[in-house]
Design a protein around this ligand. Structure first.
Ligand code: NBG
Length: 804
């Protein structure tokens, strides 16, 4: 990557930009303005490499992948991009001369509101890794005007405020008005014979929404690759509006205008529940169609005939939200390029690959056919035909077995089944951790696995160690580099060389000192910014993730309450001071998750107000958990809470971020925890609770009664007393008892308490603890998204690195 040659050059450019952008001399700049200047300077700095990257790809006609995702949870970009340009030092020094502190400037950047959870953050890690490894790969998504929501806690409860993250603009983007494309909604579509006897499709009376791309550069790590994240904004078109006005229909014209603009207005609130309905479907088609049209236009200009599309282009769909790429590519190839069904189908299935991210049944997308048909009549005809041909095959193999058709149908019972479409219309289906990929084959997608065994594969998730370790934890990064040099930053698996240092007393002491420092940094930050007091000499036990019943924040808080009651019984109980930190948003419509937040805050208050326990126990729920808060929390964690009901968490990626920062996993055998445990063993992780097979057996065969546990265990009876604090908690109590505890909170309660005891026992042995911490860091390299992306590139996309 190009970088500024000297501090002098940097300062000259900075002064010039201050003048051009704000007509100010440097001393009058606000921090926000400094941030904007720096972002603009970096954009300028990389513009040449950005252009060269694209030119090279086009000239050599390299194979490229486009990663379609309805979310990219980017986090702040200034720090990352300075790291990628290797320019942080020059920038820091120069700013100091102007009287600014770079770290304070970092905190001026709002987190882009383009995602909400693991799926979106994974997409962001992936484009980072693709650029770092010089792979020709780009992101495609929606430029939401409002993110999920700004979470406030008022009287212990979540309140949602609009997240107007674009308020002051987004200096990393470049609007490409000349590359806009039109997307069609509504109208009527039908097929009729054309002149040469071939069938042609007519689509008429539709509305046109204009899709305008905003490009964000994705910088490689200290190389010259600059890939692109393309975000689409929806606009109305004047022509379309005037057309309606011509018929005197003002109401319709205004409705059209409003609907068009709505499409990129809000990010939908959930990643695991069925939400959003019609507008969500419009969003999905909108960005898929816009993205694909622009890819095709580019392809024809630089690469040649669409007949060779799949030879050069891989299209990846991150969960089913972009699955309409399948019929959309069929539409373009047939209606616009005049291809036959069979050619179009071969190209489409060769190009598309699908990743599944959850087995939660409510998250498997389904659309009502009538809504789908009304909104996307042409696309519906294609889906209908895909389904017809597919079910014909199924019925041929299983005559008279409608149950076999039902299991795999794309259209059934007046619904469009997006996962079925994604599997049938792609050449690769992967899960995101070994256990999850197995469950897909044996359970969730079992009938499809029987049809297409070769299509199924696993790609265990990863996270970019550049953001989650190098950038977030410079203290630990420095220590690791002192021990084993810097090679691991390029090749994270080399972190393994750190393992022997776990036996080195000097190293362990330094590691302990770094952890202590990071806990103090967090404590200072929370005190200054949020008026929260933490004891940095207590154990920091952290659970940060979306609020969801399967993730079992409830189990965690019930255990805290249990500790509290034990302390009241025996104030001299032998116990290390503990701080339990929670953070995460609950979907606005997810009642139980919101009540759990209230419960956590209720227990927090109870303990805070009790002088008998205040120096031993502390609970905090941190408002508005997001990427940048995460970057402060992972480095400060001693214990990583990964306690989902086994089988439910597809992978988890927070677990990996904790591991890179040397925290010890306290977890169930779920998702990628299984692989973390495999790397570090029982000695360096604490595993408890039901296994996935046991959970599934209970679901299938019954045999679990939460009332039995309640009746036989006085501790369990006692913890449920906390739910008498507020009638609101009645619903949680009913879930646990009257609805037989779907997520086995009570069943796993005792094992969890024992596991927490074990954590305390190990923490007391300082040497042992930091040996474990070192072993975890050493084995975290496998969980870098560089490794994951390498596997995707090799096994799914058939993609090679390209030096710029
Ligand atoms: C989430 C899973 C996580 C997983 C991420 C990334 C969805 C639908 N799924 O376990 O719950 O780590 O995807 O793969 O957001």
């Amino acid at each position: 990557m190009r970088t500024w040659k000297s501090k002098k050059e940097f300062k000259e450019l900075f002064i010039e930009k201050a003048e051009v952008l704000f007509e100010k001399s440097t001393k009058d700049l606000s921090r926000k303005e400094v941030y904007q200047i720096l972002a603009t300077m970096i954009k300028d700095l990389v513009s040449e490499d950005w252009l060269q990257t694209e030119k090279k790809y086009n000239r050599k006609k390299v194979r490229q992948v486009y990663y379609f995702s309805i979310e990219f949870l980017l986090g702040r970009l200034l720090d990352t991009n300075l790291l990628n340009c290797n320019a942080e030092k020059i920038c820091r020094d120069a700013l100091q001369d102007f009287g600014f502190e770079l770290d304070e400037i970092f905190s001026e950047e709002p987190d882009p509101g383009l995602g909400n959870g693991g799926l979106g953050r994974l997409a962001a890690c992936f484009i980072d890794s693709m650029a770092a490894m010089q792979l020709p790969g780009h992101g495609c998504s929606i430029r939401y005007q409002y993110g999920l929501f700004d979470q406030r806690i008022v009287d212990g409860q979540q309140v949602e405020l609009p997240d107007a993250w674009l308020r002051n603009g987004f200096p990393w983007e470049i609007k490409k008005a000349d590359k806009a494309v039109d997307v069609r909604f509504g109208g009527e579509a039908y097929v009729r014979p054309g002149k040469d006897g071939k069938l042609v499709c007519v689509h008429e009376h539709y509305n046109t929404v204009r899709a305008v791309p905003y490009d964000v550069p994705v910088l490689g790590y200290q190389n010259r690759t600059v890939n692109t994240l393309r975000l689409w904004k929806a606009e109305y078109t004047r022509e379309n509006m005037y057309n309606q006005l011509r018929y005197g229909d003002y109401r319709r014209a205004l409705h059209y205008k409003d609907q068009a603009q709505q499409i990129s207005r809000f990010l939908y609130p959930d990643d695991t529940t069925y939400e959003g309905r019609k507008l969500r479907l419009m969003q999905e088609y909108f960005f898929v169609s816009a993205g694909l049209q622009s890819i095709m236009r580019h392809f024809k200009k630089y690469y040649g005939s669409p007949k060779e599309f799949d030879k050069y282009i891989a299209l990846h769909i991150n969960d089913t939200h972009p699955a309409l790429i399948i019929p959309e590519l069929m539409r373009i190839l047939m209606d616009e390029e005049g291809m036959s069904w069979d050619d179009a189908w071969r190209i489409t299935t060769n190009a598309v690959a699908y990743t599944n991210h959850t087995i939660m049944p409510e998250a498997l997308e389904r659309w009502s056919i009538s809504m789908f048909q009304e909104l996307l009549p042409r696309i519906f005809l294609i889906v209908d035909e895909i389904n017809r041909r597919w079910l014909k095959k199924v019925r041929q193999r299983f005559p008279g077995r409608e149950d076999k058709a039902e299991e795999v149908a794309i259209l059934w019972n007046n619904q469009v089944h997006m996962a079925s479409l994604a599997v049938v219309g792609s050449h690769s289906v992967n899960g995101v951790a070994k256990l999850h990929s197995e469950i897909l084959k044996t359970n969730t997608l079992k009938p499809f696995y029987a049809w297409f065994p070769k299509r199924f594969n696993n790609k265990t998730n990863g996270v970019t160690h550049r953001r989650w370790l190098v950038e977030s934890n410079p203290q630990l990064t420095g220590l690791i580099c002192d021990a084993i040099g810097e090679k691991w930053i390029h090749e994270p698996e080399k972190l393994l060389e750190l393992e022997p240092f776990g036996d080195d007393k000097g190293f362990r002491e330094q590691l302990a000192a770094v952890k202590q420092q990071r806990k103090e940094i967090l404590a200072d930050y929370l005190y200054k910014e949020r008026n929260i007091t933490l004891n940095p000499h207590s154990v920091f036990d952290i659970q940060i993730k979306r609020m969801h019943m399967y993730k079992r924040q409830l189990l965690n808080i019930l255990h805290v309450y249990h500790l509290y009651r034990q302390l009241l019984d025996d104030p001299n109980m032998d116990m290390i001071p503990r701080t339990f930190i929670f953070g995460g948003k609950a979907a606005a419509s997810y009642g139980e998750a919101k009540i759990t937040i209230k419960l956590i805050n209720t227990v927090a208050k109870l303990i805070d107000h009790d002088h008998r326990t205040a120096d031993k126990l502390k609970v905090v729920f941190l408002e508005n958990y997001n990427v940048s808060l995460g970057q402060k929390l992972f480095p400060a964690a001693d214990v990583s809470e990964q306690i989902s009901t086994a089988s439910k968490e597809a992978s988890g990626t927070g677990n990996m971020k904790f591991m890179f920062n040397g925290a010890i996993t306290l977890g169930t055998m779920d998702g990628a925890n299984v692989e973390i445990h495999k790397e570090v063993g029982d000695e360096h992780s604490v595993i408890f609770g039901l296994r996935a097979e046991e959970v599934q057996r209970y679901y299938q065969e019954g045999g679990y009664s939460s009332w039995d546990i309640y009746n036989n265990d006085s501790d369990v009876r006692r913890i449920l007393e906390v739910m008498e604090e507020n009638p609101m908690f009645g619903q949680l109590r009913e879930d646990l008892l009257d609805r037989n505890d779907e997520f086995f909170v009570l069943k796993d309660f005792k094992p969890y308490c024992q596991a927490q005891q074990e954590i305390q026992r190990r923490y007391r042995d300082v040497d042992g603890w930091f040996r474990s911490s070192a072993v975890n860091i050493a084995h975290a390299g496998y969980f870098s998204s560089d490794r994951t992306i390498q596997e995707y590139a090799k096994d799914i996309w058939n993609l090679a690195a390209e030096e710029i």
